[in-house]
Design a protein around this ligand. Structure first.
Ligand SMILES: C[S@@+](CC[C@H](N)C(=O)[O-])C[C@H]1O[C@@H](n2cnc3c(N)ncnc32)[C@H](O)[C@@H]1O
Length: 223
């Protein structure tokens, strides 16, 4: 696979923004909630989408600031709308590629990237930049699908709780379409661990407990 090819053009994400904001499955919520346990201080959310994790950080005294980064304009518009509702002065959104974020070297105490890695044409470059913007001993939660992800199975389960949601069918179809992309970089836990170690991260925890085993969940520390 040519890792430099544009596997997911930004236009793919623009169309997804409204559905992404509108539907949350309990599978997603469980991931967001577990992730929040590791986040504190100045937090960066890399490929934040519609910043769905931000509302869960409100009221946590250990959180100083939240910075969501996303390169899709429509995601940024919707995430800003969500942050406006939260009324947290220290919660902001940057319209940028993760790897292009400037002036924040060694700034963030913790970071997260959920369901974004698989679309990065050059994951090593992006991970290296995340490493750079984290402070010494900073924690980074990386969550991304492995090859066993079955969106059909997940959709069947999610339908039980969201069957009457007006956006559920469209949400399901869009997710199936995103995962059908043959260039999606769904990666084994072992390969992902080798890659993050190459960047310099230490692996503190890792498991496949979410999404019926289809998700790699890693807690990393900057050495
Ligand atoms: C499936 S969404 C996930 C959103 C969010 N993290 C969540 O789990 O709810 C993936 C997001 O990653 C963003 N993205 C992908 N590559 C990016 C890059 N290099 N820089 C910034 N954003 C990126 C896309 O625009 C999209 O909003």
């Amino acid at each position: 696979m040519n890792k430099q090819a544009i596997t997911y053009p930004v236009s793919e994400w623009e169309k997804y923004a409204r559905l992404h904001a509108s539907v949350t499955t309990s599978f997603q919520l469980a991931v967001y909630k577990e992730t929040c346990k590791y986040l504190s201080g100045d937090i960066v959310d890399c490929g934040c989408g519609t910043a769905k994790i931000a509302p869960l950080l409100v009221g946590n005294n250990t959180v100083r600031s939240y910075t969501g980064i996303d390169f899709a304009e429509e995601m940024v518009t919707v995430s800003k709308w969500i942050l406006q509702k939260l009324q947290q002065k220290s919660f902001t959104i940057e319209h940028s590629k993760i790897e292009d974020l400037k002036g924040k070297e060694e700034f963030f105490n913790s970071g997260v990237s959920i369901q974004s890695y698989y679309s990065w044409p050059n994951p090593f470059l992006v991970l290296s930049h995340i490493y750079k913007i984290l402070a010494k001993s900073g924690i980074f939660v990386l969550v991304t699908p492995n090859e066993s992800l079955s969106l059909e199975e997940l959709a069947k389960e999610a339908e039980k709780e969201l069957i009457a949601h007006p956006d559920f069918e469209a949400f399901k179809e869009y997710n199936l379409q995103l995962a059908e992309n043959t260039q999606a970089n769904f990666i084994s836990m072992d390969s992902l661990i080798s890659q993050v170690q190459e960047v310099g991260f230490k692996v503190q925890e890792c498991h496949n407990n979410h999404f019926l085993g289809g998700l790699n969940f890693l807690v990393l520390k900057k050495g």
